[in-house]
Ligand binder design. Sequence first.
Ligand code: SF4
Length: 84
Amino acid sequence: MRRETLITDHCQMPFTSLIIRDDGSVYCCHLNRQILGNFEQKGIEEIWNGKEMLEVRKKIMQHDYSACDEQCPYVHAFKNRQGS
Ligand code: SF4
């Protein structure tokens, strides 16, 4: 069996994960400030496929880290590569 590795140049969190805080608010990771919805008002599938999630994915694919905390190692690495 051939094993392939997916190599991307952007963060994978919005494509692979969700976190739910105590108040029901949902984010793609604990360092992203973009609220994707509230678990008590929407189902996970609706949030996963919702417009907020699509916006976060689009931003990350465009290396727009404006909703990401500066402490994120991915943001740090990207800025270091850019020389800023
Ligand atoms: S904060 Fe970091 S891990 Fe989270 S979505 Fe942004 S780049 Fe990815």
